[in-house]
Design a protein around this ligand. Sequence first.
Ligand code: SF4
Ligand code: SF4
Length: 200
Amino acid sequence: MPLEQKVKYEGDCDPEFAKWVVGEIGGENLRHCIQCGICSAACPLSLYMDYTPRRIINLAREGFRKEVLSSFTIWLCSSCYACRVECPKEIHITDIMYLLKRRAIEEGVYPRSFPIPVLAREFGRMIFMFGRVNETLLVTDLFLRTNWFKFLGMIGLGLNLMRTGRMSFLPDTIKRRGELRKVLEALDAEEKKEKKEALS
Ligand code: SF4
Ligand code: SF4
């Protein structure tokens, strides 16, 4: 692990970030963590994470915003809830991972060229636009944004799938998309209002 990931300074903390996590649904018990490490032991993916779940919880509650939001950990979390089930302090670790992912997308600070956050963002955008996800467009967009070379290598396979009718570039849409957008925008506005009221 690089030295800059090991050494943390108080001056790098953002107390407002820690307050934000605690104020969100799922983040309420964050400060109850006793750093027992059971979540990390239960997590089937902690081996591949740059920060284990225990460390993410610790960094988040201390306000290390940059480290947490730019970590690979939050994107590697598969939402299996094993950590949540085992945590003796009933901390909603999986929900906290979701909070952090959402914030990372909002701030655009996720690891560059890492496919999962790009996939999550484009998935949401496509639902907003069409009401459905077109896998061909989603995968093409993902490769173009993250790995051009891989995209070039898969053109042949894509063309074959299109020729046999297994893939299509035509967007799959729902009727009355405008109404869905209004619902999503209203939910977004409601959430922002609730947050504002919670902070005031
Ligand atoms: S299991 Fe719960 S209390 Fe223990 S380190 Fe993880 S989050 Fe903290
Ligand atoms: S929910 Fe995420 S962090 Fe928790 S055990 Fe599963 S993969 Fe690990």
